[in-house]
Design a protein around this ligand. Structure first.
Ligand code: ARG
Length: 471
């Protein structure tokens, strides 16, 4: 078939056709494409550019096509290249000549920019919803397990005792920033480029605001050249997705460690674990490993779109067709990762006694001993030295701080009094009362703050999901 009208004398080479087609993946955009076309057709009639009859025929035809696609009865054709041409061609078969008027004052360049923007907005809403669900689980677990003590780590060496809730809330914070990055990007995405035409604007009296309004979009773009060549919103979404995936990956790594025999801090539910085909005793944290592994492709997707864009002159270039697969892949992968991760941690069991023992038996209160001496007037550096010597002694003798007698402390510094024996993991925790610290009352405040943040996210989601069905 000759797709490109009068200018062309030959059919396109088959391999070129296949190479150039985006329909295998941009069929994903059918809803957005149809919503955009309906808004455009309505506007064309309102402006007297096409007749109301033609507009109505076009709209009815497009609605029929949408239903047909949803029933799986639409034939997507490679020789029609992309979603825009596929729909337009079938519309012409359906309604005849009126279909030819739909593309008045429009180009596939502004059309595809619109479709991808609409898709990205709805993807962001879905992602933020999954982020909020995971945050809610973290919050519930942090409430349920409030009081459980574990060792906090630096360099993966036991460092100071912390509350498990505090540790979980650290991930709540990361996810909160992730959600923030997505909302922020949403505002810049929710802008209609329609009316930019191929690159320079169009010679018809379009009402661009009316189109945006029908689609529930916030604003219209200001520069037609930029509008058809801007994919910043794709990059921003991929970037936010990559970082969120990296957060999940770090958490996943902890789940892998914690569920190992070496740590024994948690037990994953059977529903989120797998066995080994050869070693009957194995229970593998596959879901956590996969979440960790999948972060790689999300970072890759970001890099591939940035690289694709970097040498492009204005305005549209076919290279930009390469934005879609990475975008779709990151959205789908992130949504799935968030969902499975949520289920995995919601069902895991924690071994509080093991966590406590790990916190207690690891000299995690060594800093507290140094701080004790500081309160008695000794400079911190010197106090650090004394506490280090006490650790060395214990290590050499196979003992813990709890085994030491007052005289043994005194042998290292005369400032030690009876109350040195009162330093415990609990007192260590309890003393870290700075805002954002792990003292139980601070963590209780953090739990309340987290509840409020989550409510704000839910409100944002409610606001953004109304009217989404239209587009
Ligand atoms: N399939 C194309 C894309 O995804 C649509 C825009 C095509 N525009 C063009 N002038 N060839 O980018």
């Amino acid at each position: 078939m000759k797709l490109w009208g009068g200018r062309f004398g030959k059919e396109v080479d088959k391999t070129a056709e296949e190479f150039g087609a985006s329909i295998p993946f941009d069929r994903n955009l059918y809803r957005q494409d149809i919503a955009g076309s309906i808004a455009h057709a309505r506007m064309l009639a309102k402006q007297g550019i096409i007749s109301p009859e033609d507009s109505n025929t076009i709209i009815a035809g497009l609605e029929k096509i949408r239903a047909r696609i949803e029933r799986g009865e639409f034939e997507f054709r490679l020789d029609r290249e992309d979603i825009h041409m596929n729909i337009e061609a079938v519309l012409a078969e359906e309604i005849g000549s009126a279909a030819g008027r739909l593309h008045t004052g429009r180009s596939r360049n502004d059309q595809v920019a619109l479709d991808v923007r609409l898709y990205t907005c709805s993807a962001i809403v879905t992602i933020v919803e999954r982020i909020a669900n995971l945050q809610e689980t973290l919050l519930k677990l942090a409430q349920k397990w409030h009081g459980i003590i574990m060792p906090g780590y630096t360099h993966l060496q036991r460092a100071q005792p912390v509350l498990l809730s505090h540790h979980l809330l650290a991930y709540f914070e990361m996810l909160q920033r992730d959600a923030g990055r997505f909302y922020d990007c949403y505002t810049r995405t929710d802008v209609s480029p329609l009316g930019s035409g191929a690159l320079a604007g169009v010679p018809y009296p379009l009402d661009r605001e009316y189109v945006a309004e029908q689609l529930g979009m916030n604003a219209i773009t200001r520069n037609s050249l930029d509008a058809v060549s801007d994919r910043d919103f794709v990059v921003e979404t991929l970037s936010a997705a990559a970082l969120c995936a990296v957060h999940l990956s770090r958490f996943a790594e902890e789940i892998v460690l914690w569920s190992s025999g070496e740590f024994g801090f948690i037990e994953l539910d059977d529903a989120y674990s797998t066995g080994s085909s050869i070693m009957p005793q194995k229970k593998n944290p596959d879901m956590a490993e996969l979440v960790r592994g999948k972060s790689g492709r999300m970072v890759g997707n970001l890099v591939s779109v940035l690289t694709m864009l970097k040498g492009l002159p204005l305005a549209y270039n076919k290279d930009m067709q390469e934005d879609k697969e990475p975008l779709f892949d990151s959205v789908e992968t992130l949504v799935n990762s968030l969902t499975v991760f949520n289920g995995m941690i919601a069902t895991m069991q924690v071994r509080a006694a093991t966590l406590y023992r790990a916190a207690q038996g690891s000299f995690a209160t060594a800093t507290d001993i140094a701080d004790y001496l500081v309160k008695k007037g000794i400079p911190f550096r010197q106090a650090h030295e004394v506490s280090g010597k006490l650790v060395k002694k214990c290590v050499e003798e196979g003992r813990t701080f709890a085994d030491l007698k007052l005289e043994e402390y005194r042998a290292f510094a005369s400032e030690f009094d009876e109350d040195i024996l009162l330093i415990t993991v609990e007192s260590s925790l309890g003393s870290r009362k700075t805002t954002g610290g792990t003292a139980p009352e601070q963590v209780a405040n953090a739990l309340t703050a987290a509840e409020n943040l989550l409510m704000e996210t839910r409100d944002w989601l409610k606001e953004k999901s109304t009217g989404q069905d239209e587009r």
